[in-house]
Design a protein around this ligand. Structure first.
Ligand SMILES: [Zn+2]
Length: 427
């Protein structure tokens, strides 16, 4: 190795070394590799601790054969190993104190509590993303099935190494929050005057929009509270299809793209939301904004939208890496707040008030902790006949935005609301 290093230039060569060759090469030089901790200093990974089951799919670990690649440990391996500190004159000894520690925004106590509760109550496939809406700090990014670092990769359940919060899902009626924002952006205060009579079915070319909730004449607050598909279907065609280009402009501001793509979250990659909205009045184009069909929502985008709704239209970008610290305690990188305007302040206030009104009037106190400020349920149907349950919402008292999904809802003994109630019971 030494000859290769001299020939290539030491720093460059060291930076290219994979984890295993790095350890082999530096053998005996007493290299220091940093650790990953949560926001309270709880160790999530270090050379002598492979990690927890509840955080493994997002924290990962450094080892010879990476198994969970889209993780902090793997994507920040150069930081943990301090490879950039290599100097040719002192060789491997220059790395003895070079590895830096990474402090994440996660709260391990919260993450473990949610993970165990979901797992013990029959959730085989699901996710829970909780962020601090005002800062974007990701407090928990729970994903099931999870992966124990002590289990061999070929014995893990399928999908255990991919954190579902970094992917997308069918949003079901949680999409109605997004669509309400589109309505308000288009018609402002006049939205409150819009009413639609729901008789349970609204026929369109290529299919019928059906509604199984309370029938009658609904305004936006009732329609959001009852989750009336007919109200949304009719208003999508009347308000949004009148100017599909403008609708798409607003959808893109909210994070929805025409085609699925990857966007960064710190150094991790996440799939961005995408929508099958066409604006042509067809069943599929309309149904897409009611949260079915080809629309895919990212839990990260959904909590960004909640963040914007409660902060005057401006979201704080969700993030995981709070700071990076050298061995001597010097902070070499500190997160800088990043914000983005997703909607006007008028639209944010209007839909925030509408949503809170709908939640207060139509969501039972029996099923939802009274500290929840607003929530919207969703059910998504899959082609294999299975259904998932979703919940999107906000808790003002702790400034928490959340997006929860339980995929195998028939088998699970709990609902997404139970997950939030359980979190609140311990806070
Ligand atoms: Zn209806």
């Amino acid at each position: 190795m030494g000859i290769v290093l001299l020939a290539k230039g030491g720093e460059e060569a060291v930076s290219e070394l994979g984890y295993d060759r790095y350890v082999e090469w530096a053998d005996g030089a007493d290299i220091h590799v940093g650790k990953i901790t949560d926001s309270a200093g709880v160790k999530l990974w270090s050379m002598d601790f492979p990690g927890y089951e509840d955080t493994y799919s997002i924290v990962g670990e450094l080892k010879t054969n990476y198994s969970a690649e889209n993780t902090i440990a793997v994507q920040y391996s150069d930081v943990l190993m301090g490879k950039d500190a290599y100097s040719l004159s002192s060789g491997a000894a220059s790395l003895s104190d070079a590895g830096r520690d990474i402090t994440l925004t996660l709260r391990h106590d919260l993450s473990e509590r949610i993970y165990n509760y979901m797992k013990e109550n029959g959730v085989k496939s699901g996710s829970a993303l909780l962020t601090e809406a005002g800062t974007g700090r990701i407090l928990a990014a729970v994903s099931l099935p999870g992966a124990s670092p002590y289990t061999a990769v070929d014995e893990l359940e399928e999908g255990a190494l991919l954190n579902r919060n970094l992917r997308t899902t069918i949003p079901g009626s949680t999409m109605k929050v997004v669509t309400s924002i589109l309505f308000a952006a288009q018609c402002g205060e006049a939205l409150a005057e819009e009413t639609v009579q729901c008789t349970g079915v609204y026929p369109l070319a290529n299919g019928d929009i059906t509604c199984v909730t309370q029938q009658g004449v609904h305004n936006i607050t009732e329609a959001l509270g009852y989750s009336c598909n007919v109200f949304f279907g009719r208003e999508i065609i009347k308000i949004l299809d009148a100017d599909p280009d403008r609708t798409w402009e607003k959808l893109e501001q909210l994070g929805f793209q025409k085609k699925s793509s990857e966007v960064p979250l710190d150094r991790l990659h996440r799939t961005a939301s995408s929508a099958g909205y066409s604006g042509d009045g067809s069943f599929s184009g309309t149904w897409s904004l009611i949260g079915q069909g080809t629309t895919q929502a990212s839990p990260v985008d959904m909590v960004r939208i909640v963040s914007a709704l409660v902060n005057g239209g401006v979201c704080s970008e969700p993030y995981l890496v709070e700071k990076i610290t050298a061995v001597d305690g010097e902070v070499t990188q500190q997160h800088k707040a990043k914000t983005e305007q997703l909607m006007s302040s008028e639209t944010a206030r209007q839909i925030y008030e509408t949503w809170v009104g709908a939640y207060d009037a139509y969501y039972s106190e029996k099923n939802y902790d009274d500290r929840i400020t607003m929530a919207k349920t969703g059910t998504a149907q899959y082609s294999d006949g299975t259904e998932s349950s979703l919940l999107m919402g906000y808790i003002a008292q702790t400034d928490t935005a959340f997006y929860i999904e339980i995929n195998n809802r028939e088998e699970a003994q709990i609902s997404p609301a139970d997950v939030i109630n359980y979190v609140l019971a311990a806070e």
